[in-house]
Design a protein around this ligand. Structure first.
Ligand SMILES: NC(=O)c1ccc[n+]([C@@H]2O[C@H](COP(=O)([O-])OP(=O)(O)OC[C@H]3O[C@@H](n4cnc5c(N)ncnc54)[C@H](OP(=O)(O)O)[C@@H]3O)[C@@H](O)[C@H]2O)c1
Length: 332
């Protein structure tokens, strides 16, 4: 592909939101010896993408400007580095691009085989593109809670906040597959959707009952997967079982301090900050569940690459129900 150009969407500095995204024609990247070149069919926008643009990981990320954002993608392998063994051109895959380098809002991107899994024909590119950040975070949070998917786990009570969101809607489905009793929070308009994903009890977060986080059937939570911001420990604490824990995927500095203090004081109730590290085996497991029809991606909305800025603005708005997908090339 040396010398070939492609359509891409990039930004040139921190800040600016959707209006700072520019459509450009750039060279197709070349895979290094341990990389794959993917022809992209779909990508999903995740909050981390626009948080990096805002500068929350400044100065480490982006690694340089201009920057092509987005890292959760699905597509087809078109070229292999000389050291890559387990893939061949034509393989359909789902992949997590290196977060520092981005590259997903483009027709082609390079990725590592260590964060790429094969995708069978039953799993569409759009459905798969939701998996690398959102579903894998839900999976890791549930693993931290002791979830097992072979029937050998404990039937825990779990609370999932923001269950209508990208991470939350996968967390509800995975928690049910692990045989957990699920209480979920979401806005009124999404209650039926969240119930249809399997939640046993759903609270409207804008009501006093929802804000209290109390289980309507009086259950104490063995674990909470906390997928939104702005809820204090004092709200979780009285609703936890004796050894209950909160897995916080949006930890503030205060959460990290609380977590440390609870650890050194051997507190029974814990708060655990989670930073997702994407692994090929997790992607493979999630793709397998999708193939079997046990896990689905709820698509909030879908945009062609030529309208990527609308997808970006929608994600920044914070009210997606499920995943925001960008369709690329033939994936349209
Ligand atoms: N630690 C990690 O590795 C990791 C990985 C992935 C994501 N995250 C973070 O996790 C957060 C969630 O990500 P996401 O992709 O799920 O976001 P998202 O898809 O943008 O979440 C949007 C959803 O959250 C709901 N929501 C907002 N505030 C709520 C509240 N107080 N109670 C209940 N529901 C609420 C919204 O419902 P309404 O429209 O009804 O308000 C909407 O459906 C983000 O901050 C993201 O950066 C962290």
């Amino acid at each position: 592909m040396a010398g070939k150009t492609m359509q891409a969407v990039q930004y040139g500095s921190y800040g600016g939101g959707a209006t700072a995204l520019k459509h450009v024609e750039v060279l197709v990247p070349s895979p290094k010896k341990d990389e794959l070149l993917l022809k992209l069919e779909a990508a999903s926008v995740n909050p981390i993408d626009w948080k990096i643009q805002k500068g929350i990981l400044r100065p480490i990320m982006p690694s340089k400007f201009p920057f092509i954002p987005v890292t959760a993608v699905a597509g087809e392998v078109v070229e292999l580095g000389s050291d890559v063994k387990n893939f061949k051109p034509g393989d359909k895959v789902v992949s997590m691009l290196e977060i520092k380098k981005g590259g997903g809002l483009a027709e082609y991107a390079v990725s590592s085989p260590n964060t790429t899994a094969q995708r069978p024909p039953e799993v569409s590119a759009a459905d798969a593109a939701g998996l690398p950040i959102a579903a894998s975070t839900a999976l890791q949070a549930l693993t931290n809670c002791g979830a097992k998917y072979d029937g050998s786990g404990n039937p825990f009570n779990i609370l999932i906040t923001a269950a209508s969101g990208g991470v939350g809607h996968y967390a509800v489905q995975l928690a049910k597959l692990a045989n957990f009793h699920v209480t979920a929070t979401c806005g009124a308009r999404n209650i039926d959707i969240v119930k249809s994903l399997g939640a046993d009890e759903v609270l409207d977060y804008k009501t006093p009952e929802g804000a209290s986080l109390k289980s309507p059937s009086g259950k104490k939570y063995d674990a909470v997967i906390h997928c939104t911001v702005g809820i204090e420990w004092s709200k979780f604490e009285p609703n936890l079982s004796e050894r209950g824990m909160v897995i916080d995927i949006t930890p503030s500095p205060g959460t990290i301090l609380s977590s440390f203090l609870k650890k050194i004081t051997f507190a029974k109730k814990k708060i655990v900050p989670l930073l997702n590290v994407i692994k090929e085996e997790d992607l493979r497991f999630l793709v397998g569940l999708m193939k079997e029809g046990k896990l689905k991606t709820l698509v909030d909305s879908s945009f062609p690459l030529s309208r990527a800025e609308e997808a970006w603005a929608k994600s920044m708005d914070g009210h997606a129900t499920g995943k925001i997908i960008i369709q690329i090339g033939d994936g349209l």
